[in-house]
Design a protein around this ligand. Sequence first.
Ligand code: OFO
Length: 174
Amino acid sequence: MKGRIEKALNDQIKKEGQSSQFYLAMASWAETQGLSGTSGFMYKQSEEERFHMLKLVKFVNERGGKAIIPGFDTPPTEFDSVNNVFELLLSHEITITQSINDLVEVCLEEKDYTTHNFIQWYLSEQLEEEASARAILDKVKLIGEDKAGLYLFDRDLENSTIVAASANTVNPGA
Ligand code: OFO
């Protein structure tokens, strides 16, 4: 594996791990607010990001590179509101999508078509995650300051009806 590809993949390993920590912090905060639907959703997101990191670690090592297991910055411990959590989730996912796009660029420049192929999975994953974050944020914005609405939103998130609806938007008929 070329050094530039190895470095780009290792940078992505750190970003996926950092995403996992960020979402874990959101999950923990939501749990302390009694928002079990939101916390459950964020715990699951955190797990998924950890899986994305591990998948990259394996790929780098199996292709003759050396995965570097990174340290992480401490994520925030407080969030202003559920709205704030989902705004941060969406803007973070948009940043990660950009980072995956940059990785695709590097693969093409280095003519590494195997890694390019591997990264396609991350591209479609980002598409789904952004769509899901947008769908949830739209719902949160409708609720505004309404406490009863927030309760129902959190319950729906717990039952996954909001996420299922957004998955159908990305992948109709799936
Ligand atoms: Fe790793 O999928 Fe989003 O960030």
